[in-house]
Design a protein around this ligand. Structure first.
Ligand code: NZQ
Ligand code: ZN
Length: 387
């Protein structure tokens, strides 16, 4: 296990009928006016918006609406939100949504105080020195953004989907009411499951040795997620399964699961290039990229893939290498079963584009820790994505 510092200041309020607490939580921090940030309207349709506004009103917190954040959120929206925040002198941001809305809130919260172009924070030309407080009401579990300090935004003019982060960006308070996710379309539940599993994989398969305790935690999240996503695909309003799903998703990327490890993150980097060019869902892209990456790097940590095969898929026969190969195939079968795409063919990305994609993903190369990847490696992984 590596040395680590673990810090997570987000207060998490979890369970049925908890949304009505948001106004009081914000008021308790001495905040009187928030930017209410949301997406394309699911929160209006499913009643989350009304519940939140009622709670803000009864606590005496004013709000200014800003809607229209799109999935795979873009820089121009963040800049418009910053302008709205300045024009209306808000004191905090309340994000109603999933990763796209929360990440936009994080970028706007940091950009509010930064005098240059907010994209500098993504290019690492500047650090986040100050940020407005962020509150969230999570409506889709996938990214862990509700309880972590990172965000991902697409600079649409440059086709760069990049991340940034700062301890100043942990939400102050996040609310997860799993019943709100009853209205999720099936494919978004699947995306959330794949993203959650991928976060665990990035940490589990990073090449670090002697992480037994953390591996047990990771395997617990993997098993829980694989079990409950299947239940939810048959019974989307199963409250207990929504609870297991939503909390697994948060735990996968709230920092705890990364303690003692470094994290690999190259599959995420490669997927972000797919999303930057084709606007495909993050979860769908990961279902395609991760198994291909696993095949490419399996030889770097054969024992870990053997452990994964034994513990997750109960594969007992064969050499360590053979067990790992079988496990990767089983993972693809699982993705297929839940309706996630498993090949670039399925999402109609042409082979002629692979070079451009590899170049984009390699802009910050080398990437990864299990194996350091350069453009040529990324190209080979992308070719494996057609199998
Ligand atoms: O826009 P609306 O109308 O709200 O619809 C959304 C959106 O279309 C819909 N939705 C959300 N809650 C719903 C609902 N529909 C019905 N009922 C509900 N309760 O779902 C769609 C997807 O929303 P989005 O926020 O894009 O999903 P997700 O949470 O998966 O976020 C994905 C973004 O987060 C980034 C991804 O790259 C992607 O840009 N990530 C952020 C991370 C982080 N901050 O730590 C880490 C991740 O690895 C990831 O990169
Ligand atoms: Zn992810």
């Amino acid at each position: 296990m590596n040395n680590f510092t673990y810090y997570n200041p987000t207060k998490m309020i979890f369970g049925k009928d908890t949304i009505s607490q948001i106004g009081k939580q914000i008021k308790e921090q001495g905040i009187n006016k928030v930017l209410l940030l949301y997406g394309k309207g699911s929160v209006i349709k499913n009643g989350v918006y009304d519940k939140v506004v009622e709670s803000l009103k009864s606590s005496g917190v004013q709000h200014v609406d800003f809607s229209g954040v799109k999935p795979n959120p873009v820089l121009s929206t963040v800049k418009e939100a910053i302008k709205a925040m300045k024009d209306n002198s808000v004191e905090a941001i309340l994000a109603l949504g999933g990763g796209s809305v929360i990440d936009s809130a994080k970028a706007a919260a940091a950009g509010f105080y930064y005098e240059g172009d907010v994209w500098d924070l993504f290019e690492r030309k500047a650090m986040v020195n100050k940020a407005l407080p962020i509150f969230t009401v999570l409506t889709i579990s996938a990214t862990g953004s509700e309880m972590n300090s990172g965000g991902v935004i697409t600079n649409e003019a440059e086709n760069k989907k990049w991340s940034f982060g700062s301890p100043l960006l942990y939400p102050k308070v996040s609310i997860i009411d799993p019943t709100i996710q009853f209205t999720l379309p099936e494919n978004q539940t699947v995306n959330g499951a794949v993203d959650t599993l991928s976060h665990v994989f990035e940490l589990y398969f990073d090449g670090t040795r002697n992480t037994d305790m953390m591996d047990e935690l990771s395997e617990g999240i993997i098993r829980t997620m694989m079990k409950h996503v299947k239940i939810l695909l048959k019974d989307k309003e199963n409250y207990e399964s929504r609870c297991e799903f939503t909390w697994s998703s948060t735990l996968a990327l709230n920092g705890m699961n990364g303690t003692g490890r470094v994290g690999d993150w190259s599959s995420h980097q490669i997927e972000h290039s797919l999303s930057a060019f084709y606007d495909i869902s993050h979860g769908a892209g990961l279902a395609i990229v991760f198994p291909a990456w696993m095949k490419y790097v399996q030889h770097c940590h054969v024992e870990k893939f053997e452990r994964f095969a034994e513990r997750i898929f109960d594969i007992k026969e064969g050499s360590p290498e053979e067990k790992g190969i079988k496990a990767i195939e089983k993972l693809k079968e699982f993705y297929k079963e839940i309706g996630a795409p498993i090949s670039l063919k399925e999402v109609e990305i042409p082979r002629e584009d692979l070079n451009k994609l590899a170049e984009n993903a390699a802009l910050l190369s080398p990437i990864g820790s299990m194996k350091k990847l350069y453009k040529e490696d990324i190209l080979k992984i992308l070719e494996l994505c057609y199998e």
